[in-house]
Design a protein. Structure first.
Lengths: 381, 263
């Protein structure tokens, strides 16, 4: 598969409201979660959470409308498209939540008002975020909305790359978007997967810390002098369990090998890895096993979730933007707070940023439903 | 060359006040194991895909492209009732079943697939969106086989189901699961090809030719006012006949996708 250029990026995360401030914060210590309580349940729903610092009320359904347009406009501005190109721009969206937060708010309001006609999920469908993005930039292009749990926007990236490789479009906008909602927070709480602190690959890791973020990339089919090229990737489905990856790491290994095969990159030429690193005991175990089998000597490993949380369906695009933005500054990002390594895993993330040379980088994304997606990024000299 | 190896469908028209028909007996015929704690959306997906795959050799890395406009409504509705009306956290399997790709997971488990497994939505045109993704992957050699489907639930009560979608109270509604198995290479079955047109004159000429030749034709514009699975029902029924079939989707601003199915 031919590579596509990353020509523009936009980002809003717990680290800041634009890609530059997010990268500044990432490379100078990163972020910390707040302790969040969702009230009103017999059992307390309490966990760490990484919130976008927009000052808004957490479950305000208007936050997508306030935050997403600026992110996508910034990404599109980076490509200097003509008006006609912008109007034709296709939009690929990956999210776990889509409009569920708006439905929650309207249903809760109807229940509180004692309305006899209150019914759940008053807003259905997955098109709302693509429509919002198109309105923000003036696009009438086609949309594809992906809902494959935590690999949603990684799969949106792969879908967009293939449309560009085939010559269907010259440009594509890819968005990963996730904002706080009760269904996700309480659903993960019910699964007993939430923790107060994100500690991927540590011996004492005890669960996931969720976060919210919106990221966008503008991809172009013909790489020019662009510094970053998304070379390709692969995804597969592991039917070991709907909630956990095969702990032997075989499906992680298969997705990684296929990603390297289809991009023509040797494992020995990989300069660095952006791990999925959720801090879930089983997910980290599977990822570590897959990585150990793939690499004779493990390249430097970065984890981003201790800084922004697990942004679920948004993480494919959001972590690509954040990782590439750090590489652009010449550094592979690190997590200084990493504590005691887990001897069973046999891998540890970077604790101090190290120089990021030109070359190939691997980005891992795994999710519920057995989805595994691995992307290959090239930083060009 | 890409061929349509098989098609299959599940289609249940719904009546006001009537319960959803049980799928248990039909599921037994296509399932290798009994799946517990699955919802209606998953059952529909497993049943339709199982019928489509029945008797055909599937590559383990056959791609799965599941389209849906509404997605996993039953489980999401139940989750919201648990959360906001009953003040309880969603039960784990109910929460997991709200994910769009949970149905794909069970389809993969049933058919022993390990390849790409996607859930794609474009309201009113989720089948064309899924077909487009599959077509690109087949042409680029990402997959050799593609199992493409569209699944829509009808949730009860039907009055709420219609209201949610902004449909008039007398609109006929159905649940559906409609599937095609596409394969690249020589063999039997209808040919399949797709193209993307951006010139309105080219599109108009293609439509005129199709009408002149008596092709089974369905042009779908954005905001198509029917349930996404209606297109799947139309297509799978047309493909059970003998003539050539043309499904189009798009408009002047985004271009048109044309899906040609040979006789």
């Amino acid at each position: 598969m031919a590579g596509v250029a990353i020509r523009g990026v936009g980002l809003s995360s717990a680290l800041g409201l634009d890609a530059q401030s997010c990268t500044d914060a990432l490379l100078t210590g990163g972020g910390k979660p707040e302790l969040l309580s969702v009230e009103g349940f017999a059992e307390p729903v309490q966990a760490g959470y990484f919130r976008i610092p927009d000052g808004g009320e957490l479950f305000d359904p208007e936050r997508f409308a306030r935050l997403l347009p600026a992110v996508v406009r910034t990404a599109v501005a980076g490509a200097r498209l003509s008006a006609a190109e912008t109007r034709a721009l296709p939009v690929f969206v990956g999210s776990s939540c889509f409009s569920v937060g708006r439905s929650e708010s309207d249903y809760a309001a109807a229940l509180a008002a004692g309305s006899s006609s209150a019914y759940p999920m008053p807003h259905c469908g997955y098109d709302g975020l693509a429509d919002l993005a198109r309105r923000a930039i003036g696009s009438a292009g086609e949309s594809f909305s992906y809902n494959t749990a935590c690999t949603s926007s990684a799969n949106a990236l792969l879908g967009a790359m293939r449309a560009l490789n085939f010559g269907r479009h010259r440009y594509a906008l890819v968005i990963g978007a996730e904002l706080a909602n009760r269904t996700t927070l309480c659903g993960f709480s019910g699964l007993q997967l939430l923790a107060e602190h994100a500690r991927p690959f540590e011996a004492e890791r005890d669960g996931i810390v969720l976060g919210e973020a919106i990221g966008a990339v503008l991809l172009a089919s013909e790489p020019g002098a662009d510094e970053f090229c998304l070379l390709g990737g692969a995804d597969n489905c592991d039917t070991h369990s709907i909630t956990t990856t095969n702990p032997e790491g075989e499906s992680v290994l298969a997705a990684s090998r296929e990603a390297l095969r289809c991009t023509g990159v040797d494992a020995g030429d990989v300069c660095g890895i952006k791990a999925h690193g959720t801090a879930s005991p089983s997910s980290d175990l599977a990822e570590a096993a897959g990585l150990r089998k793939l690499f004779a000597a493990l390249p430097p490993l970065s984890v981003l979730k201790p800084h922004i949380g697990h942004t679920l369906g948004a993480s494919g695009v959001v972590e690509l933007v954040l990782y590439a933005s750090a590489l652009r500054r010449g550094l592979m990002p690190a997590w200084a707070g990493f504590g005691k390594p887990d001897p069973e895993l046999g891998i540890s993330p970077l604790t101090r940023p190290v120089p990021a040379p030109a070359g190939y980088y691997l980005l891992n994304h795994f999710g519920f439903g057995g989805n595994n997606a691995v992307l290959v990024l090239e930083k060009r000299a | 060359m890409i061929r349509v190896v098989s098609t299959a469908q599940v289609s249940n028209p719904m009546q006001n006040g009537a319960p959803l028909p049980s799928l248990a007996a039909e599921l037994k015929q296509v399932c290798r194991e009994h799946f517990r704690r699955v919802d209606r959306f998953i059952e529909l997906a497993v049943l339709g895909s199982g019928r489509c795959a029945g008797g055909h050799m599937l590559d383990p890395d056959c791609g799965l492209y599941l389209g849906s406009g509404l997605g996993t409504m039953t489980s999401t509705i139940l989750s919201q009732e648990q959360l906001l009306r009953d003040r309880e956290v969603p039960t784990p399997f109910n929460f997991i079943n709200t994910l769009g790709n949970s149905a794909g997971y069970y389809v993969a488990k049933n058919l022993r697939l390990t390849g790409q497994n996607l859930f794609i939505s474009r309201r009113g045109a989720s089948l064309p969106a899924a077909l487009t993704a599959a077509w690109l992957d087949l042409e680029l050699g990402v997959v050799r086989q593609a199992l493409v489907g569209v699944v829509e639930e009808a949730t009860l009560p039907l009055e709420e189901h219609r209201h949610r979608q902004g449909l008039p109270a007398d609109t006929a509604v159905a649940e559906g699961s409609h599937w095609l198995l596409l394969e690249k290479g020589a063999g039997s079955g209808r040919s399949f090809r797709a193209q993307h047109l951006t010139d309105p004159a080219d599109y108009a000429a293609t439509l005129a030719t199709a009408e002149h030749e008596g092709v089974g034709l369905l042009p779908v514009a954005p905001s198509f006012p029917f349930h996404d699975s209606w297109i799947g029902a139309w297509l799978t029924q047309q493909l059970q006949g003998e003539g050539t079939v043309l499904l189009t989707e798009g408009d002047e601003s985004r271009g048109w996708d044309l899906f040609h199915f040979g006789a």
